[in-house]
Design a protein around this ligand. Sequence first.
Ligand code: NI
Length: 173
Amino acid sequence: MVVRTIITAPDSRLKIKSKPIIDMDDTLQTLVDDMFDTMYSAPGIGLSAIQIGVPKRVIVIHITHEKDVLGPLVLINPVVLVTSEEKAMYEEGCLSLPNQFVEIERPREITLSYLNREGDTVEQKFSDIYSTCIQHEIDHLHGKLFVDHLSVVRRNIILRKLSKARRVARATV
Ligand code: NI
């Protein structure tokens, strides 16, 4: 198991649309293991494969800091079937947007179809932080970041801050 490098914005790879998994092979199992290691070491509560540069529809989630009722989740080729009209607001962060936290409103509940790690098709309802986190990760699969839910002005402020932070970090090495 390997901790991989997480891509941070701005980076064109984060805009790639990820492709579905077709073979449930060893490469996929290794990818999932590495994604968990990378997420835990960051630390974070969710990670999409594209964030480590793999444009595949694979998400890992482990809500460790809230009521951890579901444990670690592996969501392969997820599709949102139903979203609730009711919304919930959470302050979101993202491992690809270090140190940026913004309140984003999303549907409170979703019904999701996905393949689990064993390749079984699962249909499951998720609510509150699980719903938010899964929608955030599915956005990554579509090449979208949470800042894309904001106005252009607010988005650019955040992206400029990140570019500047990266330049400063490079200059100090
Ligand atoms: Ni993210």
